[in-house]
Each structure stands twice: as C-alpha cells, then as structure tokens.
Design a protein around this ligand. Structure first.
Ligand SMILES: N[C@@H](CCC(=O)N[C@@H](CS)C(=O)NCC(=O)O)C(=O)O
Length: 202
C-alpha cells in the first residue's frame, strides 16, 4: 500500500506530477493535507505523519520515505518499466543518483538563498551560486536535450521544478530555457495544475 501526503501547489506537486507520468495514479492513495506556508497561511496538519509536518511524505506498507529526491528514486525504482528512472545496472544509474542528490544538496540551497537575497562566503564556498549552477546545467544540456540523454527522467522533473515557482531565478541561458520548456511540454503540467486546483476547491 502506497500513500502520498500532498499539499496543493507545494513541493509535493512535483511528486504527484511524477506519479501521473508513471501512470500509477490508481495505485497511490493521495491524501491532501495542509502545511505551514511562507506567507503565514496554512499550518501543520495532525493528519500528516511527516515528523516535521512537511510534504511530500510517501508511506509504503508503514515505512515512511521523506525528501523529494528520495521519494522520486523510490518510485522510479519501484516502477522501472516506466523509463522515468535508471535502474541498478543501467549505465546512467550513477548520473541519475547524482542529479537527484545534487538537486537537494546544491540546487535548493542556492536558489533559496538567491530568492531570499542571502550571501555569505560560507554559502559560496559550500554550495557555490547561481552562475556555477547555470554553468553546470549548461555544460550538460549542450551535450544532451535532457539531463540523462535523449529521454526525460525524474531528474529533469525535479531539477526544473523550482523554476516553476521562482521563474525570476531562471538563468538567462538559452539551452536552459529550452530544456525547461521541453520539460514543461508534458501533459502532466496541466494535469497537476488541474489536480491541485480541484484539491483546493474541495
Ligand atoms: N527538502 C524537502 C522540503 C520539503 C518542504 O519544505 N516542504 C514544504 C512545502 S513546499 C513544507 O512542507 N513546509 C511546511 C513546513 O515547513 O512546516 C523536500 O524536498 O521534500
């Protein structure tokens, strides 16, 4: 039994989007919960078992899996036939794990600091900044249309996701803009928008 705790228009929306791309919506019990929002709205939901009251949280037969990159890896490993991940033994497995981890370890800290207007030598030396992040993406996207070659993967969904909520931090680099547009061309973009709108109206 798989249960996803989800709040509309939040970091868990990218997990619902992946679930739609994997075609496994009917296999997951999606429970909509509230979370505390940056604008002061919302609040912790007693129905959400996440230990920090956050989303996303996936629960599989009683085991909790938290953090978006871990959840994406878990789901794509569980449903390898969908082609959205790269299984153990695949030549791109190491790159797949690296992009997923890089997102959590580098992309979110860099973009959150940028959006918050924070700068400090410790932040720069630990995470680098937006120019280095853009250079890393540009170098890859000049070689391949998606992070892992010719086919979109969960890594593309994850790494492009913050650019949807924070378009102001999209690097002004054409190959990056083209890649974001390619990733946004999927049907799941409208599907998740409709799903979240319906959840908010319910
Ligand atoms: N690194 C976590 C971040 C999760 C996170 O911060 N989620 C926000 C929603 S966008 C949340 O639940 N916030 C509620 C809170 O901070 O109490 C992930 O990517 O899964």
């Amino acid at each position: 039994m798989l249960t996803l705790y989800h709040a509309p228009n939040s970091r868990s929306s990218r997990i619902v989007r992946l679930i739609m791309e994997l075609g496994i919506l009917d296999q997951i019990d999606i429970r909509v919960v509230s979370v505390a929002r940056n604008d002061g709205s919302g609040g912790a939901d007693p129905a959400n078992p996440h230990p920090e009251s956050k989303v996303p949280l996936l629960v599989h037969d009683g085991v909790e899996i938290w953090e978006s990159n871990a959840i994406m890896l878990y789901l794509t490993d569980m449903f390898p036939e969908t082609g959205f991940g790269r299984s153990i033994g695949h030549p791109d497995r190491g790159s797949y794990l690296s992009w997923l981890a890089w997102y959590g370890n580098v992309v979110e800290p860099v973009l959150v600091c940028e959006a918050a207007g924070l700068s400090h030598p410790f932040l720069d030396s630990t995470f680098r900044g937006v120019p280095e992040l853009a250079a890393r993406l540009k170098a890859q996207l000049e070689k391949t249309p998606f992070l892992l070659g010719d086919r979109i993967s969960a890594a593309d969904l994850l790494v492009t996701s913050p650019f949807l909520w924070m378009p102001q931090v999209i690097p002004d680099v054409q190959v990056i803009r083209d890649w974001i547009a390619r990733c946004q061309a999927c049907q799941s973009v409208q599907a998740i928008a409709d799903f979240d709108q319906a959840a908010l109206s319910a």
